[in-house]
Design a protein around this ligand. Structure first.
Ligand code: MV4
Length: 502
């Protein structure tokens, strides 16, 4: 039995993991950097240890320091969260060698899936649909044009060590092949220290649909259905939902079966995600397998009722999976909006700074996984995602209405956020109709990228609130009549504006 878990992460996911620890009676250990001294995960944990300077390389990526801290604190397991060391096989191996449980798969399956050419080879063997392409390593550049012709144009050249869109090149015809190949190779060498690339047929306007799997150490594997993740901007997910409004029940079953096959074939252990591309003709192809808990896991939790972090912990303890495939259901509909400290009116520039005021949505069907609080200063060193808003209702239509309501209630000032952008997505006909693919944001940029007044309103609200605070704190009841009038008209203006938008 695991008694104490060190969470090798920060921000909302560290808090999320510690919440499950608390419910399970498991102690939590936080690690933190200089910039995170006042971070929520440090306050939430039972114990917290300083591990180094603000840059991740000095703290959250410092393998030896984290393992030493686990030993020092007496933690018997480490949860890596997502990002940072979560898909680092070397880290998992060192954790295991230190006699500490790594909450995740084996280093071997992490390595196999981390190398995209190997992953493709394994999935082909497992009988999973993979994108037509080069099925094995080719080191002979002379066969490039011939291979490409066989696959057909347009095609994509991808870095084997890449993933998530890094080191990719789209090639429309043979004329551009060699230049793109050379560029992809040199980009891959610079970014990953490995210039292995592979070729895939280009799937036009695909959907990105991923399946959640859970596997125990005894060979039991289940899937917890799909997440539709096609709303992305520059390979960064913005909105996710489940069930996918695109796939049919029979496609869902077929894809779910293949996701299980994929996990089974690599002796997968823990929570994992099998990503697929689905084209307009409902053909689906294995893309990548992510060997970690994903940012968007809460929508799966909401519709299946399963606490995925708790399942990860039980699996790590060696327990037999109690979930049965035939008993798992998707109940209702869930959507997640990622809230970033970015300015959508200024090319999504990061907007770190102090949270002056925050009011988070509450009420039926609403969950927020965040970590920022009033007075908190968002550091510049880490991911700008500050919160996830997860909404559930019985139908997709009701879920969108509830999301619109929750976004309306969400007030953050002091920094710029992506909330106005998310409101526009929720009001876009293609999204409302559920008729969108990975080109959704670029196809609708004329409506999605126009500036509106929301961030300005939040600023105004912040001024009003701090003014009222000031007056109350100083007990200045006798506010000059003119000022009182100004404050109340600003407040009315701001409220009216918010009402006008919904
Ligand atoms: C593709 C593709 C079309 N055909 N591969 C982008 C991120 C990385 N995970 C894989 N990506 C893609 N690979 C083939 N053979 C289109 C994309 C793609 C994409 C995929 C998922 C979500 C958003 C995307 C946006 C642009 C391109």
């Amino acid at each position: 039995m695991i008694k104490k878990i060190l969470v090798a992460n920060r921000g909302e996911i560290a808090v999320r993991i510690m919440r499950s620890c608390r419910e399970m009676g498991i102690g939590s250990v936080a690690v933190y950097s200089t910039a995170d001294r006042n971070s929520m995960h440090v306050r939430y944990a039972n114990e917290a240890y300083y591990i180094g300077d603000s840059p991740s390389s000095e703290s959250y990526l410092n393998i030896d320091k984290i393992i030493d801290t686990a030993k020092q604190s007496g933690a018997d397991a480490i949860h890596p969260g997502y990002g940072f060391l979560s898909e680092n096989a070397g880290f998992a191996r060192k954790v295991n060698e230190a006699g500490i449980i790594f909450i995740g798969p084996t280093p071997e399956s992490m390595e196999a899936m981390g190398d995209k050419v190997t992953a493709r080879e394994i999935m082909l063997e497992a009988g999973v649909n993979v994108v037509p392409g080069t099925d094995s390593r080719f080191n002979n550049d002379d066969v490039l044009a011939e291979k490409a012709r066989k696959i057909g144009y347009p095609l994509m050249i991808k870095a084997s060590a890449g993933g998530g869109g890094k080191g990719m090149r789209l090639v429309r015809n043979e004329h551009d092949l060699v230049a793109a190949y050379k560029m992809a190779k040199s980009e891959a060498r610079t970014a990953f220290g490995d210039d292995t690339v592979y070729i895939e047929k280009y799937i036009e306007s695909p959907h990105h649909i991923e399946f959640q799997v859970l596997a125990d150490k005894h060979g039991n594997v289940v899937h917890l259905f799909e997440r539709e993740c096609s709303v992305q901007r520059r390979h960064q997910k913005v909105v996710e939902e489940t069930p996918s409004p695109f796939i049919t029940e029979s496609l869902r079953n077929e894809m779910g079966k293949q996701a299980i096959e994929a996990a089974r074939y690599v002796n997968y252990v823990g929570a994992g995600t099998v990503e697929f591309l689905v084209d307009g003709g409902y053909n689906f192809y294995f893309l990548e397998m992510n060997t970690r808990l994903q940012v968007e896991h809460p929508i799966t939790e909401r519709v299946t009722g399963v606490d995925l972090v708790k399942q990860q912990i039980l699996i790590a303890e060696g327990q037999v999976l109690k979930l049965k495939q035939e008993e798992l259901r998707q109940f209702g509909h869930a959507i997640e909006c990622r809230i970033y400290a970015e300015d959508p009116a200024n090319n999504f520039m990061p907007s770190p700074g102090k949270i002056e005021f925050i009011a988070e949505p509450l009420g039926l069907g609403v969950r927020t996984d965040g970590y920022v609080y009033e007075g908190y200063e968002i550091p510049i060193f880490y991911d700008p995602m500050i919160s996830k808003l997860i909404v559930w209702a019985q139908t997709r239509k009701e879920t969108i209405s509830r999301m619109q309501r929750a976004l309306y209630e969400y007030k953050i000032s002091g920094i710029k956020t992506s909330i106005p952008f998310l409101k526009r997505i929720m009001n876009t006909p293609a999204f409302i109709k559920g008729e969108y693919n990975t080109h959704f944001i670029e196809n609708n940029q004329h409506v999605l990228l126009t500036e509106d007044e929301c961030n300005k309103d939040c600023e105004l609200l912040s001024i009003i609130i701090s003014y009222i605070d000031f007056i109350e704190k100083n007990n200045q009841q006798e506010l000059p009549a003119d000022n009182r009038k100004t404050v109340s008209s600003w407040k009315n203006y701001s409220i009216q504006k918010s009402i006008n938008r919904i």
